[in-house]
Design a protein. Structure first.
Length: 122
C-alpha cells in the first residue's frame, strides 16, 4: 500500500491539539469521535432555491439525490440555481460540515426531485 502524503509535509494532531508521532509513515486510528445520527428526512425539491429545514444540533449534513430522480439537484447557498452550486446526479452524495442545515439550499432541474437528508451530531 502506498504511503499517503509522501513528499508532503503534514502535521497530524489529536483532539487536544498535541502532535501525533507519524515517523513510520503510517496512520493508525486509535480513537474515534462518537457520532450520532440526529435526523433523517426525504425532501421534495423543485425548480426554486429551497432552504433545508432547520436542524441546529448537527456537525455534518449528508445529502443524497434519490437514485430514481428524473433530473439533478444543485446544492449551495441562497443563490443556488442551474449553473450555481454543486451538482448531484441521481445517486450522488455530498457531505457538508455545518452547525445548522438551514445554511444549505437545494434547487432541482425538474419538479419533485427527492433529496435524502441525514445529519450527524454529538
Amino acid at each position: 500500500m502506498a504511503n499517503v502524503g509522501v513528499g508532503i509535509s503534514r502535521k497530524l494532531i489529536d483532539q487536544d491539539g498535541d502532535a501525533l508521532d507519524n515517523s513510520a509513515g503510517a496512520l493508525n486510528v486509535v480513537e474515534s469521535i462518537a457520532d450520532t445520527i440526529t435526523h433523517n428526512a426525504m425532501l421534495d425539491i423543485d425548480n426554486t432555491a429551497t432552504v433545508l429545514p432547520t436542524i441546529a444540533d448537527c456537525r455534518e449534513v449528508f445529502l443524497q439525490a434519490d437514485e430514481d430522480n428524473s433530473g439533478y439537484i444543485m446544492i449551495g447557498a441562497s443563490g443556488v440555481s442551474d449553473n450555481r452550486g454543486m451538482k448531484l446526479n441521481p445517486g450522488d452524495t455530498i457531505v457538508i460540515a455545518t452547525d445548522n442545515s438551514n445554511n444549505i439550499y437545494a434547487w432541482g432541474s425538474a419538479a419533485n426531485q427527492n433529496l435524502r437528508l441525514m445529519t450527524v451530531g454529538d
